[in-house]
Write a protein that binds this ligand. Structure first.
Ligand SMILES: Cc1cc2nc3c(=O)[nH]c(=O)nc-3n(C[C@H](O)[C@H](O)[C@H](O)COP(=O)(O)O)c2cc1C
Length: 429
């Protein structure tokens, strides 16, 4: 492959306690401080990553067994602080890396979100991104005045309108609206700041935004829709799509499909960077890496409830209702439909074993770099998103100071940033 590929990191389970049951977890009483995430951003920037993406959800789930107990027992999907607050901390410690935070179109009003992301783009000097999620479970919706979550496809209809408003608000000040002529005086030219007067099916916003254009104007839009309607939404708006392929062989088909979706939307497919979730694990020998992988797998087998609780939250289906070792019937979900589709034919115990996203690559730094190179060759582009359950400073160093320098040495990933903004770096190759 002639072009390098992109790298990003998926902070699964958001701004919450990390690896608190594992060794190398650090001082767990301080999990709510930004330090670990700041260290991650600094390490990633040293390694030339494109962006860090912070997952989020904002409720204490209760889908599994009808109670929140297992979620709280394992710190599974809760507690979580608001990752938008992390962005300025990470930005202060870095200069180039992109910082993507998750916000839900069901939970935010569009004006509030447009304003917050515009502000973040100003203070980061053009390095913020928004992971556009629609929300999925009823518990989340119930914290925002609803009895239950909107129906799956309607969520995306609402989100389409929402993003249209948000992107128009971001452009509601013309590039030359701010004049700052002290003598006149004229701070901003009223003729160059336009209201929207938007009245849609779901939202009504007057506008304009209460601040000028930010450095990226349109901060990077990220999405992960897997269902037909979700894919359509992602193809319309996304600059980068994060996706979990079940194996290397299916990567190319996934990327080809996303690129075809983009063309059907009248977009240049190269304007959407498709990043595949991978779970690399490196150590000084293949045996040492395999040994660590087996320890993680054994932990999953020992705590089946933890991972079934996670799958229950994502799907809205209480997996404790089904016998642990019998294949599941066909399921439909108003939650993440594409997640449920992957469970067809599996037993709940197998579902728990697959709860961790990401294709696994295990071995020495050289071996895993080789596997990544081959997988990218197979996929045809555009890059990888790293996810790993055992999220510690040790793991961060193994990836950013062990694995990635080997990728750089082979000319596979960027050594230095060429541009100032996240968008320009992401779209550079
Ligand atoms: C890597 C990845 C990260 C995601 N992060 C979040 C998140 O932070 N918050 C959230 O509510 N949903 C998140 N999702 C869910 C997606 O936004 C989307 O709802 C899901 O892929 C199901 O899409 P579908 O409803 O179109 O099938 C994520 C999905 C993936 C694959």
């Amino acid at each position: 492959m002639d072009r390098p590929f992109h790298l990003a990191w998926f902070v699964s389970r958001g701004y919450g306690p990390k690896a608190w049951r594992y060794e190398w977890g650090g001082d767990q009483s301080r999990w709510m401080m930004p330090d670990l995430f700041v260290d991650l951003a600094v390490s990633m920037e040293r390694a030339g990553f494109d962006y860090v993406m912070m997952e989020d959800s904002s409720n204490v789930p209760y889908t599994h067994k009808g109670t929140h107990d297992d979620y709280l027992k394992y710190a599974m999907a809760t507690p979580k602080l608001d990752p938008a607050v992390l962005v300025p901390y990470m930005a202060m410690a870095t200069k180039r890396i992109g910082l993507v935070t998750t916000m839900s179109t069901t939970e935010y009003p569009p004006f509030l979100l447009a304003r917050l992301v515009n502000t973040l783009d100003h203070v980061t000097e053009g390095r913020v991104g928004w992971n556009m999620v629609t929300g999925s479970n009823d518990g989340g919706a119930q914290n925002y005045g609803l009895d239950r979550q909107f129906e799956h496809d309607e969520r995306y209809d609402r989100a389409d309108e929402f993003v249209e408003i948000v992107t128009r608000l971001w452009e509601s000040w013309a590039p030359d609206a701010v004049v700052m002529d002290r003598e006149a005086p004229l701070f901003a030219d009223g003729a160059k700041v336009q209201a929207l007067h938007y009245k849609g099916r779901f939202h009504q916003v007057r506008g304009p935004l209460s601040a000028p254009r930010s450095p990226q104007v349109r901060p990077v839009l990220c999405q992960a829709g897997g269902s037909p309607r979700g894919r359509q939404f992602a193809a319309r708006w996304s600059d980068t799509i994060i996706t979990s392929a079940k194996d290397v062989a299916s990567m190319r088909a996934t990327r080809d499909r996303i690129r075809a979706d983009a063309v059907a939307m009248g977009r240049d497919p190269d304007g959407i960077k498709v990043l595949f979730l991978i779970d690399p694990l490196v150590d000084h020998s293949p045996e040492a890496a395999e040994h660590r992988r087996r320890i993680l797998e054994a932990d999953v087998a020992l705590h089946v409830d933890q991972h079934l609780a996670s799958a229950s939250r994502l799907s809205g289906i209480d997996f404790s209702r089904f016998p642990l070792d019998e294949p599941l019937p066909k399921l439909t979900s108003n939650g993440h439909q594409s997640v449920v589709d992957r469970f067809v034919g599996l037993t709940p115990r197998q579902v728990a074993g697959r709860a961790e996203l990401g294709i696994r690559f295990t071995g020495t730094v050289g071996q895993v770099a080789g596997m990544m190179a081959e997988a990218m060759q197979e996929a045809g582009g555009d890059g990888f998103l790293i996810v790993h359950a055992d999220f510690t400073r040790r793991y961060i160093a193994e990836i950013c100071d062990g694995l990635v320098p080997e990728l750089q040495r082979r000319g596979l990933t960027r050594r230095r940033y060429e541009h100032a903004t996240f968008r320009d770096n992401l779209l550079a190759f």
